[in-house]
Ligand binder design. Structure first.
Ligand SMILES: C[S@@+](CC[C@H](N)C(=O)[O-])C[C@H]1O[C@@H](n2cnc3c(N)ncnc32)[C@H](O)[C@@H]1O
Length: 200
């Protein structure tokens, strides 16, 4: 799957739709999470850093985690992020970081991870007590969202109540949802994107 994103990396940021999505998710996260300048945050599935770029001015450091070196190379080339963001090309499901974070943010990455229960537990283990998650992904859809095909897509979005139950089973509390963005595709078909926030 990382090859698919390696190939897409060079042109990733050229899409107005992707930039608009990241801006809306970034704004929803800033509205729902209290950031502090001392905080160390992980961006899971950070890609080229579109979301990291929104959060970076509010925190001390961001650990940008992704399995695609191509995507992370694009992030690493962004001068404005170089003093704040460290990149980690690794699968933290099998190879965790040796650091605990104040928070974990993520945009549109979880539907690419097969075992949702496990990744939520891994997030929990990477957080300091009182830490937060702010996770954005598609609401449940019928498999028509990815127009290029569903290779590497393990979930056609998520049902919010089931996702809440998974967060709670992983140990999270104070789970809240908001709608961060809505894609409108051809024929007026809509695909909402939720933001779930929760605390350790
Ligand atoms: C749809 S892109 C989103 C990228 C970025 N968050 C954004 O909003 O532009 C999904 C990203 O998740 C990454 N990804 C998929 N599985 C992953 C895993 N197990 N661990 C870390 N990153 C993963 C992909 O390589 C890709 O960069």
């Amino acid at each position: 799957m990382s090859e698919r994103f390696d190939k897409a990396a060079k042109d990733w940021d050229k899409s107005d739709k992707r930039r608009q999505l990241s801006e809306n998710i970034g704004n929803a996260i800033l509205e729902n999470v209290q950031f502090e300048p001392r905080m160390r945050v992980m961006d899971f599935g950070a890609g080229t850093g579109l979301l990291s770029g929104h959060i970076a001015p509010k925190v001390a450091t961001i650990a940008a985690v992704d399995i695609s070196q191509g995507m992370l190379d694009e992030l690493g080339a962004k001068k404005e992020l170089q003093h704040k963001v460290l990149t980690y090309c690794r699968n933290i499901l099998h190879d965790p970081l040796e650091e605990e974070f104040d928070g974990i943010v993520s945009a549109m990455a979880l539907h690419h991870v097969e075992d949702t229960d496990e990744i939520l537990k891994v997030f929990y283990d990477h957080l300091k007590p009182g830490g937060f998650v702010a996770l954005a992904d598609l609401d449940k859809e019928d498999g028509t969202f990815h127009s290029h095909g569903n290779e590497g897509v393990y979930h056609f979005g998520f049902d919010r109540e089931r996702f809440r139950a998974k967060l709670e089973a992983a140990g999270f509390t104070s789970v809240r949802f908001t709608t961060a963005h809505t894609f409108v595709k051809e024929g007026g078909r809509t695909y909402p994107v939720f933001l779930a926030t929760a605390s350790k």
